[in-house]
Write a protein that binds this ligand. Structure first.
Ligand SMILES: NC(=O)c1ccc[n+]([C@@H]2O[C@H](COP(=O)([O-])OP(=O)(O)OC[C@H]3O[C@@H](n4cnc5c(N)ncnc54)[C@H](OP(=O)(O)O)[C@@H]3O)[C@@H](O)[C@H]2O)c1
Length: 253
């Protein structure tokens, strides 16, 4: 992801300095004009704006701790995935060191960076976002979600929950069909994909609850669980939905 971000910034005409823990991973970035810094300190010193995109919160802390003095008075944008609490704690630590900070969450895979599909969520001070958004805009549509530094991570993880929920559903459907000897590829192409495309807009529409009432859906989930059991496929997914549905019914009763 770091390479995709740096490549897009270069393409947009920015001067770019890169650092990676393991040297030699810059690919063609150097030939295209990026300077490879030998340490995080030297990468930070190269400009007023530093973008971090590492594995996780721990790797960001580990990398920035020895270089923190260099960040004082500069701006850090952290595009590393993490939790809302980690982002808030990082913000507190950076504030103590006089670092201007925006937290971010990337809603894109590396090849989509720099395209119209890509979105990056940001949270932190609005005035700071307004100042740096033009520099960040080539990466992805910048979308500010609030002053609270935790919100970019929160919304990012919320969006990923939706995505992984879909992946879980599709994997379960394929496992069921496969377990009973069905042709997964035909099932996916002719039945599952069109059905999911039909259902997706309904997820966010104002649907009359009587059209597909909760009682009927709970019974349907029981059938999904028994179908899974018959096929020898774990019914955890439907079991989880049944529990959520009952919880929702209890809350709205
Ligand atoms: N790839 C995606 O589709 C995608 C999409 C959205 C968000 N993201 C987020 O973007 C971030 C980077 O993802 P990625 O795809 O680039 O992962 P990756 O290919 O596994 O790269 C991880 C990077 O973190 C560095 N790193 C790991 N531990 C470190 C440490 N302790 N100290 C310093 N550097 C360390 C690695 O350096 P070395 O080369 O030295 O190992 C490498 O540059 C993650 O937070 C991920 O969740 C990724």
């Amino acid at each position: 992801m770091g390479r995709a971000l740096a490549s897009t910034l270069l393409k947009a005409g920015h001067e770019v300095t890169v650092w990676n823990r393991t040297p030699g991973k810059a690919g063609d970035l150097s030939a295209r004009g990026a300077r490879e810094a030998p340490s995080p300190e030297e990468a930070i010193e190269a400009s007023d704006l530093t973008i971090a995109c590492l594995l996780d919160d721990a790797s960001v802390r580990e990398t920035l701790a020895p270089a923190i003095g260099k960040l004082t008075g500069r701006t850090l944008v952290n595009l590393t995935s993490g939790s809302a609490r980690q982002a808030r704690e990082l913000a507190g630590w950076l504030e103590k060191h006089g670092v201007r900070f925006l937290a971010g969450g990337i809603l894109a895979v590396p090849p989509a960076v720099g395209t119209d599909e890509a979105v990056i969520l940001y949270s932190g001070p609005r005035d700071l976002f307004d100042r740096v958004a033009p520099a960040l805009a080539p990466l992805a549509r910048p979308h500010w979600v609030g002053e609270d530094h935790g919100y970019a991570a929160l919304y990012d993880m919320g969006a990923l929950s939706g995505m992984y929920g879909m992946i879980a559903g599709v994997s379960h459907a394929a496992a069921l069909v496969h377990a009973e000897g069905g042709d997964v590829e035909t099932f996916t192409r002719e039945v599952l994909q069109p059905w999911m495309e039909q259902m997706l807009p309904l997820m966010f529409a104002d649907v009359d609850p009587d059209e597909s009432n909760a009682e009927m859906q709970a019974t349907g989930l029981e059938t999904m669980i028994s179908t899974s059991e018959e096929a020898g496929v774990p019914g955890d997914l439907a079991g989880h939905l049944r529990a959520s549905l009952w919880e929702m019914r209890r809350a709205t009763a």
